[in-house]
Design a protein. Structure first.
Length: 491
């Protein structure tokens, strides 16, 4: 049994806990805001950064540019994870915040294709690569930094504030767009107003950087480094030694892959489904999802705190099982709430780009399938509630997962080990969800076929996690600095 001093570290007056959480959470929220603002403005920006005259090509090229940010996230996790375990947690996420903020502001001043030709899309792709790399290094640093400051018994509660940031960043990106659109005419927004949400990021980043630069290194990392216990080869130690690699694989296939699809289903796929399948007005759909997110956000801390009492694994496995069972009933209710009786979709493949164009269909009085009308009389409160239910499932698994990942790995390779399974699970398994969902709906004509992918991943992750995932909520990570401290005092 560890002593209370190990389970409950004394507060560092140079690094008060509110500042630790605020600096970590606000910086991470800004990075998610930066990342999602790009995707939220797809319809507006696609024609501006790619050759005019072929809107389909422009859309596909823009979405591919968006996807690049997901694909490079695991590489950012490895690169900045190594810095975090070798040099320090604090310096790593100061760098990631600076890169992300500068990259997002650069989009706000980037010339369009009409002005700069092919320089514009090439520069945009490079910016997206930088954003993805930075985001890949940010989350692990923030989660580990907070976890290594707080007492063992409340780690789920405190790290859940980091979990809120992804949803808060998505919410902020939707609100920034809606408020900017409402403050000016549609023509002005199309002309130059779209740049404002990107430029706003620079102000937010400067505030967060000011907080982060004043923060000190995590006490656990300071201790293991001063005692010579930190890793000098984090990548080698994390991924070539079987016990740690095994834990990385179990964390990926028994936790983060399912968490990624649950989180992306409740937010991105729900938004896609409202706009593309149910034909809800895009602006209205953004507001509906934003309201659901706003009501659900406090539940990240509720489930994080609950995991401190009953365990991380129970909540995460319950969320996976409930998601697998509930998705189709929830989406059938969404179809009913839209009020335009969409029963199927048809697709046409563009001969040039290969892109799929979906047309929602309804049943005419003569029994034939015809294009569905827009959902102008949708039951909006019910749609908000149904999206809210999906986000709650995300809260149930996402709230405890940061604490689980931190507790699953030793301090000397914690930053690297946490970051990789998280970003593969979210960037690959979760990031592929919209594309796979679109393809399944288009290929089958079934408006619910896109759910087969998240249901399958949830079921697989539930089985692996139930069998192999170890409960970690009793882990005392502060014991890791006990041996170095004892050896120093004995010496």
């Amino acid at each position: 049994m560890a002593s209370s001093s190990l389970c409950r570290p004394e507060a560092d007056p140079r690094n008060p806990l509110p500042q630790v959480i605020l600096g970590s959470a606000t910086g991470t929220m800004i990075e998610w805001y930066d990342f999602y603002i790009f995707g939220s403005l797809t319809a507006v920006l696609a024609p501006k950064f790619y050759p005019p005259g072929d809107d389909t090509f422009a859309l596909i090229a823009y979405l591919a540019t968006f996807a690049v940010g997901f694909l490079v996230r695991p590489f950012g996790a490895l690169f900045f994870g190594r810095i975090g375990d070798l040099v320090g947690r604090r310096i790593a996420f100061i760098i990631t915040l600076t890169i992300m903020g500068g990259s997002t502001a650069a989009i706000g001043i980037l010339p369009t294709f009409k002005t700069a030709g092919w320089f514009s899309p090439v520069a945009l792709i490079l910016i997206r690569i930088l954003q993805g790399l930075a985001l890949g290094g940010e989350y692990g640093g923030a989660a580990v930094y907070v976890a290594e400051h707080v007492e063992d018994r409340k780690r789920g509660f405190y790290t859940s504030f980091i979990q809120i940031t992804a949803t808060l960043g998505f919410f902020a990106s939707l609100m920034a767009i809606v408020l900017t659109q409402q403050s000016m005419s549609p023509a002005r927004f199309q002309d130059w107003g779209w740049r404002l949400p990107f430029l706003l990021s620079l102000v937010l980043v400067c505030i967060s950087l000011y907080i982060r630069i004043r923060m000190k290194e995590s006490p656990i990392f300071r201790q293991i480094k001063s005692a010579g216990m930190h890793s000098t080869k984090p990548l080698t130690d994390a991924f070539t030694q079987w016990p740690n690699l095994k834990q990385v694989l179990i964390s990926l296939f028994g936790a983060t892959s399912g968490q990624g699809v649950v989180w992306y289903t409740g937010q991105f796929y729900a938004l896609f489904y409202l706009q593309t399948i149910l034909r809800v007005n895009p602006r209205t759909a953004n507001i509906l999802v934003a309201v659901a997110l706003l009501f659900a956000m406090p539940f990240y801390t509720v489930f994080g705190a609950l995991s401190d009492r009953i365990g991380r694994k129970k909540l995460m496995m319950a969320a996976l099982l409930l998601s697998a069972l509930a998705y189709i009933p929830i989406y059938k209710q969404m179809q009913h709430a839209a009020g335009n009786n969409v029963v199927s979709v048809t697709s046409v493949k563009d001969r040039v780009t290969g892109a799929l164009r979906l047309t929602p269909l309804t049943t005419a009085p003569d029994g034939k399938l015809v294009p569905a009308n827009a959902a102008v009389n949708a039951n909006q409160p019910l749609l908000v509630f149904l999206v809210f239910l999906q986000v709650i499932l995300g809260c149930m698994i996402y709230g405890p997962i940061a604490a689980y990942l931190v507790e699953a790995f030793p301090a000397k390779v914690r930053y690297t080990s946490v970051s990789l399974p998280y970003h593969v699970g979210n960037g690959v398994f979760g990031g592929l969800l919209p594309l796979i969902g679109l393809s399944l709906c288009a290929g089958t004509g079934n408006i619910y076929a896109g759910l087969y992918y998240p249901i399958t991943v949830c079921a697989f992750t539930f089985v692996v996690g139930s069998l192999l995932l170890k409960e970690t909520h009793g882990t005392l990570i502060w014991q890791e600095i006990a041996k170095p401290a004892e050896s120093i005092s004995n010496g």
